[in-house]
Design a protein around this ligand. Structure first.
Ligand SMILES: [Zn+2]
Length: 164
């Protein structure tokens, strides 16, 4: 328990530190590793710069970093999302979907033809793919890992199921 105090004591906090990557797990000090932290749920390793209160994900390229602001972790190089960014993201989803949907509406296939189902499905796939691209960009911007979150949730469910 004294090792927990040694690395984390540089930070001012009053509750367990949440993992900034999965946002579910709790950061703990690793035995025999100075200034290294690990998440109990997503099993990722972090190094802590106690002087600058910066947490770095060890095995990522580019290096993901978070700054401790006294209350929570914030992406170190994150800036405010501008209105123009939101407009571009919305346009990236809406415009291709609208073009495909309008083409599917105005150039309908003959009812009963073998591929009559394709235009509506193509429109939905266009929407889903472009929404996925925007969500990936958003998760990358906020340095949130959906896969780490999924792993952490799976492990949390297994732990809860095993404890019953
Ligand atoms: Zn985690």
């Amino acid at each position: 328990m004294s090792a927990v105090v040694s690395s984390l004591s540089a930070l001012r906090y009053d509750r367990p530190l949440r993992c900034p990557l999965c946002r579910i797990g709790v950061l703990v000090d690793l035995a025999l590793m100075i200034d290294s932290l690990g998440c109990r749920l997503c099993d990722r390793l972090f190094s802590l710069d106690g002087r600058q209160n910066v947490l770095t994900l060890v095995d990522s390229l580019p290096a993901l970093r978070w700054q401790w602001n006294g209350r929570n972790w914030t992406a170190q190089h994150a800036q405010m999302v501008r209105t123009s960014d939101k407009i571009v993201a919305a346009a990236l989803v809406i415009l291709p979907t609208a073009v495909i949907g309008l083409c599917a509406y105005f150039f309908r296939p003959t009812p009963g033809s073998p591929l009559a189902w394709l235009p509506p499905v193509w429109t939905v796939l266009t929407f889903l793919c472009h929404t996925g691209c925007v969500l990936l960009a958003v998760s990358s911007y906020y340095q949130f890992s959906p896969s780490a979150c999924g792993r952490a949730l799976g492990r949390l469910v297994r732990i809860k199921a095993a404890s019953k």
